[in-house]
Design a protein around this ligand. Structure first.
Ligand SMILES: Nc1nc2c(c(=O)[nH]1)N[C@H]1C(S)=C(S)[C@@H](COP(=O)(O)O)O[C@H]1N2
Ligand SMILES: [Mo]
Length: 324
């Protein structure tokens, strides 16, 4: 299977990230100091020992101007401290716990299954292989009816696929989060969940221009609470699809069963989970969403507003529960 690694719509002009737009001086200074300490000057590939929350090295990326937001960016401080990351507990304030216990570097990533080029490599080596990161401003809509906007840094899933060269028999990409209960104490304290967290997407979705692998946010390495060192973001699907802290990518033929899909046993959301304001959760409406930090509630859009780029993939699949 051949996938173009550089999408044709990629930005023509090179814009540096205007960090001052969303970084307050305090976090900026912390990041700069730590970046210098880590020897991270002018490059995305940063190695070294475990990097704590404060030590997130700056990342260079070219903003892709194709993605504009209809609302303000969620401030970094807000995003950092309002998360879903069950490996560290089932409440929103897992920040300090993830910050302290997630050792996100060094971090091995395994890419395999039905591919020509299986590989196991350090996340920073993967970033080097990708050769150039993009910044994209994306909305994120959680199934719990809150939303935020994030300046993610990363690369397309198509780029990952072009490195791995999936075979024609590959139908899905399965992703897995770390499962070490010593690192994620929520794993140990909540043994009833089907760890490790697993998610998957179709090969059409892998090839879609919006499908993004995130290694940075707000101008630096992605923070622990947001899924360091590598997570996905599919902005047209409910947030739970966007698996954090990935250790393993496997191209497979059979559709994997996701973490939440397994828990809900058909009662709630499953594989597709595309955003649709007209399809309510069994216990609440999805018609509107609370935009974090703004005090506003706004109408939710079908495919979270990204229908133009994604709806074609679901034509002919109307018999499937595309929005559950
Ligand atoms: N491994 C893992 N990935 C995960 C989750 C999780 O609990 N564990 N929560 C999901 C949910 S429900 C949402 S809404 C987003 C939240 O991402 P954020 O905390 O960066 O906002 O991560 C998703 N990815
Ligand atoms: Mo979520």
């Amino acid at each position: 299977m051949l996938i173009k690694s550089i999408p044709s719509w990629i930005v023509k002009e090179n814009h540096a990230t205007p960090e001052d737009v969303y970084l307050n001086r305090r976090t900026l200074m912390k990041g700069v100091t730590a970046g210098v300490a880590a020897g991270a000057i002018g490059g995305a590939a940063i190695g070294g020992a475990a990097i704590a929350q404060e030590g997130r090295a700056p990342m260079e990326a070219v903003r892709n101007e194709a993605y504009e937001l209809d609302r303000e960016l969620t401030p970094e401080e807000v995003n950092l401290r309002y998360n879903n990351f069950y490996e560290f507990g089932s409440h929103k304030r897992i920040w300090a716990n993830a910050n302290e216990n997630l050792v996100s570097r060094p971090w091995q990533v395994e890419i395999g299954g039905l591919v020509n080029n299986p590989m196991t490599l350090d996340v920073d080596e993967l970033i080097r292989k990708v050769g150039g990161l993009e910044e994209r401003l994306y909305r994120l809509r959680c199934v719990e009816a809150w939303s935020m906007t994030v300046p993610w840094i990363g690369f397309s899933f198509a780029t990952l696929a072009s490195l791995a060269e999936p075979l024609g028999s590959a139908k899905y990409l399965r992703m897995e989060t770390f499962g070490d209960p010593k690192m994620g104490n929520g794993i140990a304290s909540q043994p009833w969940y089907p760890w490790p967290y697993v998610e998957s997407i179709t090969m059409d979705e892998v090839a879609n221009e919006l499908a993004f692998l995130v290694v940075g946010a707000y101008g630096r390495q992605v923070p622990n609470s947001m899924g360091a060192p590598i997570r996905m973001h599919l902005p047209w699907k409910y947030g739970f699809k966007s698996i954090k802290s990935i250790v393993k990518f496997t191209f497979v033929e059979e559709r994997p069963v996701g973490f939440w899909e397994e828990i809900s046993k058909g009662r709630e959301y499953g594989f597709w989970a595309n955003v649709n304001p007209e399809v309510p959760h069994p216990r609440w409406s999805q018609a509107t969403e609370r935009v974090l930090h703004t005090g506003e509630r706004v109408p939710t859009l079908i495919y979270n507003g990204y229908g133009e780029q994604v709806a074609y993939m679901y034509a002919g699949l109307e018999d499937q529960p595309l929005f559950m």
